[in-house]
Write a protein that binds this ligand. Structure first.
Ligand code: PA5
Length: 478
């Protein structure tokens, strides 16, 4: 039976929610908690932020917001190509970093088997999946120990087509493929990049590589719902139409109720938490291994978009909320001590899964032993739910602000909603803070300094600046 992912009842059943009881003063006291008046006092600001998002969207400045709607032909092309890849390759390796890697990793981990690569070929059905984002020199060498490059598709993802990490990996692999057979690179390399700008598109055209595009106006960390995320996902059997339907549903929620949806509330609460209660840290703590890398993805979008030196009027503000990744229940046995008893400088955001895809029951093995007999007969789903509830309770009791995003289950639709909600929340938070959430001068600075170190033409002044700054003192060295 095919499900209509736009059908009302199905959408409502899969809708994600935000429970923000424990950020409110009724539960965590007036000193740490928010008042309803705090929300009301920002009414003008909220209206302005929503209007700005709508205007910028209409002016084609937020093209990532169109991704749930305008990719029909791209999706068909991706589906066709994926079928070819599934038939002809054993493995897929992504070369990309930051926004060109974190989304694909998060989606793969969320949807597919946690030990996907270790499954037998029959069970896995689709090619093995690897992402080589870092250029730790050991990493690529070890990866080449386990993949047969002749049977591997290399997906080179770089919006700018110039990022040193990705381009260097691409150059290494191109050379290795050429050494095997001059025709191989054309078959085993796919590029995802800007349609007109950058070196990668130039090379792809010259060499005749299959290419998909990062649409205009879609920045790295907002690119998960374009070919950057879609192509690798489909190759590994993930339903991208369902993913995009979830994003579309979230966008509609935002349009229908711009003030009363999860994205706006999430941004607003974090804004109030920062500005009124000095919560400059936002901990994301999923209670599911499969969502661990969603917290990683969130850490990037929240920090790279919202950590800024100057506001839109040119004032130096050095603002930003530091995202921290945590995992429930694992970190109940480490970080939660700090969250419970440490400084009141953070808001904890739990990700709860109502219904897990698998469950396991604890047998009544030691009924005669008081301390553990209560575990007999319960399931791990019962236990993880209870532990989340217990952690929420303990944090609220110690007056530490926390809230919870509730996912009815984990599927592509729900993850599409979550991605889109957090993207929207980031854009809204940028408006609340009056900053540009879509640039990254702090990241560019490091990229440019790397070019200067390697004498890339055009970076002579940067090299001069770097050399003068890097004269270190010996007496600060032990
Ligand atoms: O979000 C961003 O803009 C960055 O994290 C980029 O994705 C990252 O720097 C990689 O850039 P590119 O895709 O141009 O290689």
């Amino acid at each position: 039976m095919t499900i209509d992912y736009r059908e009302k009842i199905w959408c409502e059943k899969n809708k994600i929610h935000l429970d923000f009881n424990y950020v409110m003063q009724e539960f965590i006291g007036p000193e740490q908690g928010l008042f309803e008046e705090d929300f009301k006092s920002l009414d003008t600001k909220i209206n302005h932020a929503i209007e700005q998002i709508k205007n910028k969207h209409a002016e084609k400045k937020l093209e990532w917001m169109n991704l749930p709607y305008n990719q029909e032909s791209v999706v068909e092309e991706i589906l066709n190509h994926a079928e070819y890849v599934q038939k002809n390759f054993e493995s897929v390796v992504i070369f990309g970093i930051g926004g060109s890697a974190l989304g694909p990793i998060a989606l793969q981990q969320a949807i597919n088997h946690p030990l996907y690569n270790e499954l037998s070929k029959e069970k896995r059905k689709y090619p093995k999946f690897y992402v080589a984002d870092n250029i730790d020199p050991e990493r690529l060498v070890y990866l080449l120990d386990v993949v047969d490059i002749e049977k591997t598709l290399f997906i080179i993802i770089s919006k700018s087509g110039s990022t040193s990490e990705t381009m260097s990996q691409f150059m290494i692999i191109k050379n290795l493929l050429d050494e095997k057979n001059k025709e191989l690179a054309k078959k085993n390399i796919v590029c995802i990049t800007d349609e007109t700008k950058g070196n990668l598109i130039k090379i792809a055209k010259r060499e005749g590589y299959k290419t998909f595009y990062v649409p205009n106006g879609v920045g790295g960390r907002f690119s998960e719902l374009c070919p950057v995320g879609l192509l690798p996902a489909v190759i590994c059997g993930i339903d991208i139409k369902k993913l995009l339907a979830g994003a579309e549903f979230m966008d509609k929620n935002f349009s229908d109720e711009p003030k009363n949806n999860i994205a706006t509330k999430f941004a607003l609460i974090n804004y109030l938490a920062m500005q009124k209660k000095q919560k400059n840290i936002c901990v994301m703590m999923p209670y599911a291994d499969s969502l661990k890398y969603i917290a990683d993805w969130f850490a990037q979008i929240w920090s790279e978009s919202l950590g800024k030196a100057v506001d839109n009027d040119g004032n130096l503000i050095n603002i930003g909320q530091t995202p921290v990744k945590s995992l429930g229940v694992t970190d109940q046995h480490s970080q939660v001590q700090l969250y419970n008893e440490g400084p009141f400088d953070k808001i904890i955001v739990f990700l709860e899964v109502e219904k897990y895809r698998k469950n396991i029951f604890v047998p009544k093995t030691f009924e005669d032993i008081d301390g553990i007999s209560f575990l007999g007969g319960i399931s791990h789903e019962d236990l993880i739910h209870a532990e989340l509830k217990a952690t929420e309770f303990a944090l609220a009791k110690s007056k530490h602000m926390n809230m919870k995003i509730i996912l009815p289950e984990i599927n592509e639709f729900v993850i599409g909603e979550l991605f889109f909600a957090l993207e929207l929340a980031t854009a809204l938070m940028g408006e609340f803070l009056n900053i540009n959430a879509f640039d990254q001068p702090g990241v560019e600075e490091g990229k440019n300094a790397t070019y200067a170190i390697f004498n890339k033409p055009g970076y002579e002044n940067k090299k001069h600046e770097l050399e003068n700054m890097l004269v270190k003192r010996q007496d600060y060295f032990v």
